[in-house]
Design a binder for this molecule. Structure first.
Ligand SMILES: Cc1cc2nc3c(=O)[nH]c(=O)nc-3n(C[C@H](O)[C@H](O)[C@H](O)COP(=O)(O)O)c2cc1C
Length: 138
């Protein structure tokens, strides 16, 4: 099975999850600056909200996908919200890429909020989440 991991981070929080997922599934985590180069069965896409939306770099990455993607699975960190799916769902739909209902999201530090998050437990949980997705797919 072909898997890709892409993420966007400003402060490093989402990158921590991306690295944990990458180690779990055995695929290098790359930023959204690196387009997909081959068809994949599962695309783990990591993004976090900034003022109630994802960064334009994430949108550009999705809009630029020109390979086949079996399904996308989102993960991310946030200080308040509990999902980022809604910010990327339509863009993926426009590319005929299904977005999994399952999502991994945990608290991410922001100013004085959630110091130290994501922590080691969050990273372990993200890794477990990714492994379950991969198992499901097989
Ligand atoms: C400019 C800015 C705007 C943010 N807006 C939101 C928001 O609308 N909702 C929310 O839950 N978190 C918000 N956050 C918190 C970030 O999503 C959180 O810190 C996240 O972990 C950042 O991930 P990163 O370190 O990978 O960039 C915001 C953070 C920043 C810096």
């Amino acid at each position: 099975m072909k898997i890709a991991v892409r993420y966007y981070t400003r402060g490093g929080n989402t990158q921590k999850l991306a690295y944990a997922i990458s180690e779990a599934v055995g695929v290098e985590a790359k930023t959204t600056a690196e387009p997909l180069e081959e068809d994949v069965d599962v695309l783990f896409i990591g993004c976090s909200p900034y003022a109630f939306d994802v960064d334009d770099n994430v949108k550009k990455f999705i809009e630029g996908i020109n390979v086949s993607v079996g399904r996308a699975v989102s993960f991310g960190t946030a200080s308040v919200i509990k999902t980022t799916r809604k910010y990327i769902e339509k863009l993926l739909q426009a590319k005929n890429i299904p977005l999994a209902d399952e999502e991994f999201i945990c608290r991410g530090s922001f100013a004085l909020l959630h110091r130290g998050r994501p922590n080691a437990d969050d990273c372990r949980a993200a890794a477990e989440f990714a492994l379950n997705i991969v198992k499901e797919q097989n």
